[in-house]
Design a binder for this molecule. Structure first.
Ligand code: GRG
Length: 296
């Protein structure tokens, strides 16, 4: 199956699972549940769930055992977007082509949506009975997601980002910020897919982790490039927001050509990491390319 077909299949699959896990709008508190569903069930590329499915496939895990980790990473991601869009953070009005949660509802609701999606992620990951891996791996999956989301992962990266407004970051500092802010959850997505198998050894885990680290950075570089080269209509969020917020980006440090070159090298590095994997890992190889050729 082509990557395009796999993407459609897995996007539908994770959407169905998310739909099931999210509380119905008929359940109290109805407004909060409505806002949670508004936030999650609204498209999005589902890159992180795709990485869970593709990694799991590469190491022989059944799809049903991957639904919960795929949902969990997307729920954390959705929460981070809602909080990131708040006036106290990036203050954005548009996300995934629709008005942001705090505009559609209100700020207090958006804060609670983030809180509730985050805890739902851990509920799903710990509660799901289709996860077939050992108890030890299952606990490590939960631990991995917790670390990647918190102050030593994504939330920490966001803190570095907030502190850096108006500062001139160098390349090392920029990379450190993105390894945490964007990279940690992408890495966790790959690791969760791998840990869903009982047969994964440390060497394979290390190689998959290096792959994930490389594509995580490349993903951010492409995001910075699209912020310059794409349009608000295509992105579904405000184009040019990095310049508007006076943010240091890969193109601002390296120029557009330099940023594209760096992304290309990271993808080559990611692919090299997978040399020992058989053809079941081909979609992961395709995914690496998609990360830097995507248009939104
Ligand atoms: C508020 C704790 C807290 C964290 C926020 C990750 C993050 C930290 C904020 C998201 C803002 C942002 C633009 C981060 C860069 C990573 C990124 C490109 C996010 C958008 O992810 P996509 O492109 O979005 O996968 P879709 O909508 O397709 O899911």
């Amino acid at each position: 199956m082509s990557l395009k077909k796999l993407m459609t299949t897995y996007r539908q699959r994770v959407d169905t699972a998310l739909e099931t896990w999210l509380p119905a709008t008929s359940i109290q508190p109805t407004r909060l549940h409505e806002a949670m569903r508004y936030t999650v069930l609204n498209g999005g590329k589902r890159v992180r769930p795709l990485l869970v499915y593709l990694t799991g496939n590469a190491v022989g895990v059944e799809l049903s055992a991957l639904d919960a980790p795929a949902c969990a990473v997307e729920l954390i991601h959705a929460y981070s977007l809602v909080h990131d869009d708040l006036p106290a953070m990036d203050d954005d009005d548009l996300r995934r082509g629709q008005v942001t949660c705090h505009i559609a509802f209100n700020e207090a609701t958006a804060i609670l949506v983030g809180d509730a999606l985050q805890t739902l992620a851990f509920y799903v990951l710990s509660h799901d009975s289709n996860i077939q891996t050992s108890h030890k791996h299952h606990v490590t999956m939960i631990e991995t997601l917790a670390l990647a989301s918190g102050s030593r992962g994504m939330a920490g990266g966001q803190a570095i980002d907030m502190d850096s407004v108006g500062q001139s970051l160098n390349m090392t500092e920029l990379e450190n910020m993105h390894i945490h802010k964007t990279g940690a959850l992408i890495r966790a997505s790959v690791k969760l897919g791998a840990l869903a198998s009982d047969n994964i050894d440390d060497n394979m885990l290390k190689k998959l982790d290096h792959y994930a680290k490389c594509i995580g950075l490349a993903f951010q570089i492409q995001d910075d490039i699209l912020d310059i080269e794409s349009s608000t209509e295509t992105l579904g969020k405000a184009q040019g927001s990095d310049i508007a917020h006076d943010k240091v980006t890969y193109p601002s440090l390296l120029g557009l050509r330099g940023a594209k070159q760096m992304a290309k090298e990271l993808i080559e590095d990611a692919e090299t990491s997978l040399v020992d994997f058989d053809e079941k890992a081909d979609p992961l190889r395709w995914m690496a390319n998609y990360i830097v050729t995507r248009h939104y």
